[in-house]
Design a protein around this ligand. Sequence first.
Ligand SMILES: Cc1cc2nc3c(=O)[nH]c(=O)nc-3n(C[C@H](O)[C@H](O)[C@H](O)COP(=O)(O)OP(=O)(O)OC[C@H]3O[C@@H](n4cnc5c(N)ncnc54)[C@H](O)[C@@H]3O)c2cc1C
Length: 260
Amino acid sequence: MKIIVCIKQVPDTSEVRINPETNTLIRDGVPSIINPYDMHAVEAALWIKDTLGADLTVLTMGPPQAETALRETIAMGADNAVLLTDRAFAGSDTWATAHTLAAAVKFIGADIIICGKQAIDGDTAQVGPAIAEFLDIPHISYVSMIVSVSTDSITVRRLMDEGYDVVEATPPILLTVVKELNQPRMASLKGKIRAKKIEIRKLTHNDLSLDDKDLGLKGSPTQVKNIFAPEQKKDRIVIAGSAQDQADELISILRAIKCI
Ligand SMILES: Cc1cc2nc3c(=O)[nH]c(=O)nc-3n(C[C@H](O)[C@H](O)[C@H](O)COP(=O)(O)OP(=O)(O)OC[C@H]3O[C@@H](n4cnc5c(N)ncnc54)[C@H](O)[C@@H]3O)c2cc1C
């Protein structure tokens, strides 16, 4: 069985600030981390590898420094890592990102592809399902438990608004995972030594034979017009009186501000 996990290197959002003049993210000096949801995707793949035996490749599309994130996953136990890096990929929106990642997945080959539910910077949750669409394979999103897995079937639990679904699928399949799925493991000493030495495979535009018009900014139909931090309102109203009085007053306040 071959598994690919897609990871994204993201700014550590606990420290992200917005430039109020340009309304863009201040990335300078902000440390990068592996998107937290993707750590759960890596752990899920390692669990399948431990259970069934599998070859696990971790894939990212990003600048050369994204190699650091890939080495972290090798230290956790991934077999191989691939960095999709090319100036032609710069400025990709979710369509172009998913299109390029899907071409790389096709190039490498996989029975199961695992993504995080969403990236904590872009936050769209579109890339995983879009990769599946480009590959013309089914996907199961919001996976919170792998119930069973064999070489020809996988059964998972997916989170829904009111409870969960249990879904069975036949590979090839793409999963997107949530944090409830597992607890990502620590890197081992053996893994860390391997991670230092391993050569990270790099793929470019030429390796994937993609059309120029589908790449990077040129291939991105989405246009970001503006980014801004929502205005924070700190007004507080303390409602006193009996439970009935408090409920009545709350309702009239909500009506006055057109919340109900
Ligand atoms: C016009 C435009 C220009 C942009 N330019 C830039 C830019 O120059 N630099 C920049 O950083 N962002 C840029 N972005 C944002 C960028 O497009 C998104 O961050 C990216 O497409 C992924 O979307 P997301 O972050 O919402 O991922 P989500 O859909 O929320 O991610 C879901 C999952 O998909 C996988 N995934 C997502 N991205 C990757 C990746 N790159 N490699 C591997 N796996 C991945 C991960 O498993 C992740 O958990 C731009 C966006 C637009 C619309």
